[in-house]
Design a protein around this ligand. Structure first.
Ligand code: ZN
Length: 452
């Protein structure tokens, strides 16, 4: 059985030295023993932290990253003009392209410390909207990619039926996304069948947003163990439209009309008033924050301090993948608050004075909950996901414990991650994914063809 020995490791009880981590054949941690000799175990000589779950991804958007920055002829660029660019782009992607892009993305995420991915998948059909022969073809391409790269996967087929709140007709650019309830449930069933018995995967559901489903559709979704993810309150215009249509803001509407609880993850939840912040925190749901994408799209600033003070749960995702680094998402989450509040160390308390540690702890717990799989820590029963930071790297050298975490999160541009173990398998060695070359070549071929 796989065994790893960490010179220093962040356990649920805090930092420990000389930690022996034993896993079973399914990739789950069986035993954790601090103060142990390495014996024949695979030695990790740096500082080992749990792999971070990424709770929000639209993998195909990795192929657009950096390609939607140019000013549009009309000016006044926004989330909505970006979305029009995205609709034009998705028309060209084949299933083979989707798999090549997803594999490249997963390689990058693993190299930057994400060992699990929740894929919010809405690009279901052929360009004219006709289903593929296998209705879950596109969704299952993400599973094929994950089985090559070793990333753990929570597949979240998305229900997308309408083009605006509540029940507006879709536009042609949305054709590939659209399903009525029955075909959507067939996609969910096929994803469940394809992942049955696989300890590295789970399947949930993702009603896309209050723009894309109706209240009746939300009610008709079968009661689920979860996870259930939905985009909510990303944009000011979305709040205005929801208020006009329903008399309530999006998060308030969901809290009042959907059974929002610990199974749920509200992606973004950027625009909340005090009552919504308290309500979401009390619900036990996770706020799925995607700081680099939210900055890229001009979404707004999440009310982090009030939400943490209320006991709210959060996790991080990379959404449109303009960023792919767990560290950078945590950094941007804190620094966005500093810019807004003109303060430092916002995500801290007297008892938790290191923002790097506090945000990492929050992202591990919330990300695990929103992934619906047992992970997010170095403890028996959880997936054996380990990230080894090179403690001799110039950005970390001489630091230990939570000070090392702060240095990792808040300084430098280089990547001090040396080894990544996902499901008890080494997938990143010397900072490079073991299949980086072949996956990168396939991705390059796809990109050259898409952009020709
Ligand atoms: Zn999203």
């Amino acid at each position: 059985m796989p065994q790893f020995h960490a010179r220093a490791a962040l356990l649920p009880t805090g930092w420990a030295a000389d930690v022996l981590i034993e896993a079973d054949a399914a990739g789950t941690i069986a035993a954790v023993t601090p103060g142990a000799a390495p014996g024949a175990a695979d030695r990790l000589r740096g500082a080992v932290v749990p792999g971070v779950p990424n709770l929000h991804s639209h993998a195909f958007q990795r192929a657009m990253a950096g390609g939607a920055e140019r000013r549009s002829p009309a000016g006044q660029d926004s989330f909505w003009s970006w979305r029009d660019t995205m609709y034009r782009f998705v028309g060209r992607l084949t299933p083979e392209d989707a798999e090549a892009v997803a594999a490249q993305l997963q390689v990058e995420l693993l190299e930057w410390g994400f060992t699990g991915l929740a894929e919010f998948h809405y690009l279901h059909h052929q360009p004219d909207g006709t289903p593929y022969d296998s209705i879950a073809e596109m969704a299952l391409r993400h599973l094929a990619a994950a089985r090559r790269t070793g990333i753990g996967l929570t597949l979240l087929p998305s229900l997308y039926r309408h083009g605006g709140i509540f029940g507006r007709d879709p536009v042609p650019g949305q054709r590939r996304f659209l399903n009525d309830l029955d075909p959507f449930l067939r996609i969910v069933d096929e994803c469940r069948a394809a992942t049955a018995g696989d300890p590295q995967c789970a399947v949930g559901m993702a009603p896309h947003s209050l723009r894309a489903v109706t209240p009746a559709m939300l009610d008709a979704l079968p009661a689920l163990p979860g996870p259930i993810h939905i985009h909510a309150a990303e944009q000011g215009k979305e709040v205005t439209e929801c208020l006009a249509a329903t008399g309530a803001r999006p998060v308030r509407w969901l809290l009042d009309h959907a059974p929002v609880d610990a199974r749920w993850c509200l992606i973004h939840a950027t625009h909340m008033d005090a009552g919504e912040i308290a309500g979401l925190a009390a619900s036990g749901a996770v706020a799925g924050l995607c700081p680099s994408t939210e900055a890229s799209l001009g979404d707004g600033t999440f009310p982090l301090r009030d939400y943490l003070d209320a006991g709210g749960r959060l996790g991080i995702g990379t959404d449109s993948h303009v960023g792919v680094s767990a560290r950078d998402e945590l950094r941007q989450l804190e620094t966005s608050q500093r810019l807004a509040l003109h303060e430092r160390a916002v995500a801290t308390t007297e008892a938790a004075p290191h923002p790097g540690r506090r945000l990492l702890d929050a992202a591990l717990a919330g990300g695990a909950q929103a992934s619906g799989r047992p992970l997010g820590g170095i403890a028996p029963g959880l997936r054996c996901d380990l990230v080894e930071l090179d403690a001799d790297h110039p950005s970390l050298v001489g630091r230990t414990g939570d000070s090392l975490l702060d240095a990792w999160v808040f300084s430098g541009q280089a990547n001090p991650i040396r080894t990544v173990v996902a499901g008890a398998k080494r997938v990143v060695e010397g900072g490079r994914h073991v299949a980086r070359l072949e996956i990168g070549e396939s991705f390059a071929g796809t990109m050259r063809r898409l952009l020709a």
